[in-house]
Design a protein around this ligand. Sequence first.
Ligand code: SF4
Length: 302
Amino acid sequence: MNILFDSFEEWRSFCHKSETPLYQPTLEYEIKQKGASEQEVWEGLKKAYQVMKDAVKTGLSADMNSYSGMINGGAKKVANVPIAVLSPEFQKLVSRALAAKEVNSCMGRVVAAPTAGASGILPGVLVTLQELHDLPDQKIHECLLIGAGVALIIEKRASIAGAVGGCQAETGTAAAMASAAIVYALGGNTDQVFNAVAITIQSMLGLICDPVAGLVEVPCVVRNASAAAIANSSAQIAIADVSPVIPVDECVDAMGEIGQTMDVKYKETALGGLAATPTGQAISKRVLIQDIEIMDDEEENS
Ligand code: SF4
């Protein structure tokens, strides 16, 4: 059994022919990779989801102040502002994605899904999805396997790292994972699940990686919120049977092509985009001076 697919088409065809659920190949892959039993893999997924839920909770309750000072409790502000721009549920989605990512930026515990830079997207989406639709934990654990299957193919055909393919590869992949998970959880068919991935990628193509001062804080935190929103809008479009026109595998290839030709200054080097703005440069200088002062203090005390 081929458990690591080269394409979404292969994944679709395998599950269709073998009449297995969409999450089954990723489950088998996890069993093989980890040398674990099926029960152990489900236990691992349960733990991963618990870490995600804890990150959301921590980000919305504890003081979230990053070392650089760029992150300072934005998720709590969003959760508590009395004006909901869309619906209270949408406000919760945005605040939860921000919360989990702020925990990462403040050196807390998160699940890299697929990377630490994108670690707020799945928690924000899945916690809100489960609450809105009263879904059992088992369904969310299956969603994690669906998301992992999506990331494995994107990693193979394009990239999931900002340093290789820009932010489209990182937050874009996480949004695609989340979008597929939503459609799967709500009973969408395989075409709709994969169309959600295609529509999400189309919505995030070209996004550069330009972290201010080289820290995974700005714009990373807000991009987790917007990616969570795009995951939901794409899932809504896909589940209504709107065609992405360009098939999902071709969308992934386009992401790979854009990543390959993207200037190196937009690939986590902090040499372009927001990182290169006067304010970004001033923050970078301040953080560097802070680092030097800490090193000097450590030397004096040693
Ligand atoms: S800007 Fe770069 S570091 Fe920040 S989330 Fe995107 S890919 Fe990751």
